[in-house]
Ligand binder design. Structure first.
Ligand code: PLP
Length: 260
């Protein structure tokens, strides 16, 4: 099963994050990637220098022509830019309720640029969170979504519970923004079962696009018929190799390696 993945996300002209990272990841893992682009960014390893959002109607058109012809086995959302775009995506996914969704709640880039209007967070919470098979926040995103301060695994558990009370299905809360050499990601299933994925921090400044890469790897696994847990474990392994082999490009936070 090839596994068709539709990524609905922003373009990173520097090739490290967004649509570019998504399509490289899907390809490297043997899937077939398609895209609906929500925004263009003028970006390199130093930061985001410009953003142009695509009209909501054109985001919808990209989704519809792809879904009506090629079809897809899993959708993944990343940078969504504004509330109007969130609403058209949610409306379309509502009409296709069988499609699994991996929701990467992208809000602000590592370099500090806003990738989702603050007033659109509510739309993501009410329209997409309850629709998602799994949501993949990092610590700052989970703090915005729950209003909680997260300092450790206990805080991560509490935040995951709040997200589920707000309608989330499975939650993958990524612990990479906490301090320390031991990393913990927390995966909580809708029935409350949890898995803690532990790993050593890989010391590199080339971490640009890691969130996009992991969410796309998970979407590819789901599209290929893997269990969610299997897709998350493979995604973590893929990300580890991608970080270890990062090509050291640019003067800032460079991209990870996709081996494609
Ligand atoms: N640019 C785009 C288009 C993205 O989708 C993302 C993250 O999802 C980023 C930039 C931010 O990437 P990072 O925070 O890894 O620098």
């Amino acid at each position: 099963m090839i596994g068709r993945v539709l990524t609905i996300a922003g373009s990173d002209s520097g090739g490290g994050a967004g649509i570019q990272a998504d399509l490289k990841t899907v390809t490297a893992l043997g899937g077939f990637g398609m895209s609906a682009i929500t925004a263009l960014t003028a970006q390199n390893t130093l930061g985001v220098f410009g953003v142009e959002a695509v009209s909501p109607a054109f985001v919808l058109q990209q989704m519809q022509v792809v879904l009506d012809d090629l079809g897809t086995d899993c959708c993944k959302t990343g940078m969504l830019a504004n509330a109007a775009i969130v609403h058209v995506i949610a409306d379309e996914l509502g009409r296709r309720s069988e499609l699994p969704l991996v929701l990467d709640p992208v809000m602000v880039s590592t370099s500090g640029s806003v990738l989702l209007d603050p007033e659109a967070v509510e739309a993501v919470m009410t329209r997409l969170l309850p629709r998602a098979l799994v949501v993949t926040p990092n610590i700052p995103e989970a703090e915005v979504m729950t209003g909680q301060v997260i300092a450790d695994l206990r805080g991560m558990r509490s935040a995951a519970q709040v997200l589920q009370e707000k309608g989330a299905g499975a939650v993958l809360l990524k612990g990479g923004h906490l301090h320390g050499d031991e990393l913990e990601d927390l995966l909580v299933f809708p029935d409350g079962r949890e898995v803690v994925l532990r790993g050593e921090r890989i010391k590199t400044r080339h971490t640009h696009g890691t969130g996009c890469t992991l969410a796309s790897a998970i979407a590819t696994g789901v599209a290929q018929g893997m269990s969610l847990e299997g897709a998350v474990v493979r995604g973590n392994q893929y990300l580890k190799l991608a970080l270890l082999h990062a090509p050291k490009l640019g003067r800032g936070h460079g991209p990870v390696d996709h081996g494609v």
